[in-house]
Structure formats: C-alpha cells, structure tokens
Write a protein that binds this ligand. Structure first.
Ligand SMILES: Cc1cc2nc3c(=O)[nH]c(=O)nc-3n(C[C@H](O)[C@H](O)[C@H](O)COP(=O)(O)O)c2cc1C
Length: 327
C-alpha cells in the first residue's frame, strides 16, 4: 500500500488532504468530523479582527456606519479579545483530536496580527495560517506597498511566535514569485495558493450591488504551484477548485505538499475525503509510486526539461513556444 505521508511546514501529516478554513472547521464537532473522515489536518475558520461583530451577528453595514465606535474599541484593546472563543476551542480540540490544527487569523490593524498569533500559539495550535486578504484597490498605493505590508505582518508575527507560519495569498499580487521568495527568506514556512473573495455582482432590478459566493480557480492555483515549487524555500499548499482525486494528483505533480479543500466537502460531504485517498492510493499503486516524494513536483516548472542558463532564456523560450501551459 503506498504511503501518503507528507511533510508540511515541518509537521508530518498522514495524508496531503487538509480541510481548509471554513465553517466546516469552526467548531469542535466539525473538527472531529474532519478527523473521522480521514483528513490529514485542518485549518480553522479564520478569526477576524471584527470577530465580536460576527459573533453578535451585527450587520456589516452598521459596522461601517459607526467607525468611531470601532475606533473606541480598538483604542481600548477590546479587539485583542477577539480570539478568546476560538482559543478555548483549540485547547479543547488538542485534547480530543490528534490531527494537526492550523489556526487562521485575519486582521486589519498591524498591532493585532502579532497579538492574535501569540494567543493561538498559547492555546496550542500546531501552526498558524495568515489569511492576508488584501485586494489592491487603492489608487495611490503601489504594488510594492501592498507587498511590503505582507512582509511587515510576517516580520512582526515572527517576533512573537515560534510555531510554523504560512501565508494564504490572493492572486491579485503584482509579482508573486518575488513576493513568495522574499516571504520565505523572512522565515515563512509555506504559502497557500489561493484564497478567493466574494464575487461582485449587480442586481439590475433593484439597481443594487451584491456579493455572490466566489469559487476557487483550480487552473490558476495549478499554474502558480507549478511555477513556484522547488524554486522557493518553503512548502506550497494549493487551494481552490479541487473536485476529485485526479485534481489532487495534479496539484501534487505540480509541487504541492498538501491540498486544501472545502467546497467539495460542502457539496458532497466529508466522506469525499476517503474517495480522494482511495483515488490517490490506486493511482500511486498503478504507477508504482511508494511515497508522495516519488512524484511530487515532477511536473513543476523547475523539474520540466528546461535547463536554461538564466530566466531571460526561459522567457524567450516560452514566448516562442506557447506550449508550456504554465505561462
Ligand atoms: C463558506 C466558506 C467559508 C470560508 N471561510 C474562510 C475563512 O474564514 N478563511 C479563509 O482563509 N478561507 C475561507 N474560505 C476559503 C476556503 O478556505 C478555500 O480557500 C476556498 O474555498 C477555495 O477552495 P475550494 O475551491 O476547495 O472551496 C471559505 C470558503 C467557504 C466556502
């Protein structure tokens, strides 16, 4: 029987399937179901800076109507307590389940990132995922400034925690390889490619804007996993649009150490974890692969038959050929 173990941020997982951050991983009961289904690890639902508003079920509109109230709470340190409920859950979960627990945080203000990180580490999280969802929409802000924010957040968090840290990125980043390379240099243990935003839509009857559920773009993720794997000194997790074992295998061939999945489990239930595992095992047995490392990254940009002297030569090749699908 093939061995599905994988190393992710220095933690050994029994298989590469992670239930990604979502309501499936919001409660202890949810985490137990993920473990029972056979997942290799879980990423908890993100703790948002505005968690107390989410918990109280206050409409987002009223949050923006009363910015002074929010400022007041920030200055009084109220936001510092946002992770309390999740931290209590982590403490409980560490006693009840044995798969690794990756906490996820999402802050607006610089000073809260390290504080949240510290709290989840103290609660016992095995690792931390930074859900840095920055849509670069400001006219005056350059791509470099957005990228510097990522670096700043990571550096501040690194001063406060010793557990492994990953960063979940959105695709709207100017020069992704360079940013990921710099994040790895600054001790980021993994990147997750990618998060998505709610999609914007317009209701032409009511003349109002609305948000609809976005979906992960499998091919976008596959391309960037393949382009980065083996070229940066950190692990890569793919996230987005994985629907079956074939998709899972493709992401590992591209170089992913783990694959984070959620919509599939929403649609078809967590029993899909065992179908993914069976599909992966059968394919490995057919190909005579004993361990994931036998094929992980084999179809990455780096491992393809492209022995260029420099990147200029590589890009000339791609311009001419149009055949390497990753570019
Ligand atoms: C209902 C729902 C809630 C989610 N909540 C979070 C969240 O709190 N933090 C986060 O980083 N990603 C969140 N995500 C994104 C997923 O973790 C995942 O990255 C994304 O759905 C793409 O993967 P998929 O195509 O397998 O769903 C959420 C997704 C869904 C569907």
């Amino acid at each position: 029987m093939p061995d599905l173990k994988t190393s992710y941020m220095g933690i050994i997982l029994k298989n590469p399937i992670i239930v990604s951050s979502s309501d499936l991983t919001l409660s202890l009961d949810g985490l137990k179901k993920c473990e029972d289904a056979g997942a290799g690890a879980v990423v908890l639902k993100s703790i948002f800076e505005e968690q107390f508003i989410i918990d109280a079920d206050i409409q987002a509109d009223s949050y923006s109507i009363f910015p002074e109230a929010v400022d007041y709470m920030r200055s009084g340190g109220m936001m510092e307590y946002a992770p309390q409920k999740m931290c209590a859950m982590i403490e409980e979960a560490k006693k009840e389940i044995s798969i690794p627990i990756i906490a996820s945080i999402n802050c607006q203000t610089d000073k809260l990132w390290p504080s949240f990180a510290r709290q989840v580490q103290n609660a016992g999280a095995d690792a931390l995922e930074l859900n840095i969802s920055m849509l670069p929409f400001e006219l005056e802000k350059t791509g470099d400034e957005y990228e510097k924010s990522h670096m700043r957040i990571l550096k501040e968090i690194r001063k406060k925690v010793s557990i492994p840290v990953s960063i979940k990125l959105v695709p709207e980043i100017t020069a992704l390889p360079n940013l990921v390379w710099r994040l790895c240099e600054a001790n980021c243990n993994a990147v997750v490619l990618f998060n998505w935003f709610l999609e914007s839509d317009i209701d032409i009857k009511t003349l109002k804007t609305r948000s609809i559920k976005g979906k992960g773009n499998f091919f976008h993720s596959l391309r960037w996993v393949a382009l980065l794997s083996g070229r940066v000194d950190c692990d890569i997790a793919s996230s987005g649009g994985v629907k079956n074992a074939e998709d899972l295998i493709k992401q590992i061939l591209a170089g992913a150490s783990v694959v984070q999945i959620c919509s599939l489990f929403y649609q078809k239930g967590l029993q899909e974890v065992s179908n993914l595992i069976k599909g992966l095992e059968n394919w490995m047995a057919e190909k005579k692969y004993m361990v994931l490392d036998d094929f992980k990254g084999e179809l990455s940009f780096k491992k393809q038959d492209l022995s260029f002297n420099d990147i200029g030569e590589a890009s000339a090749f791609f311009r001419k050929q149009y055949l390497k699908t990753y570019l």
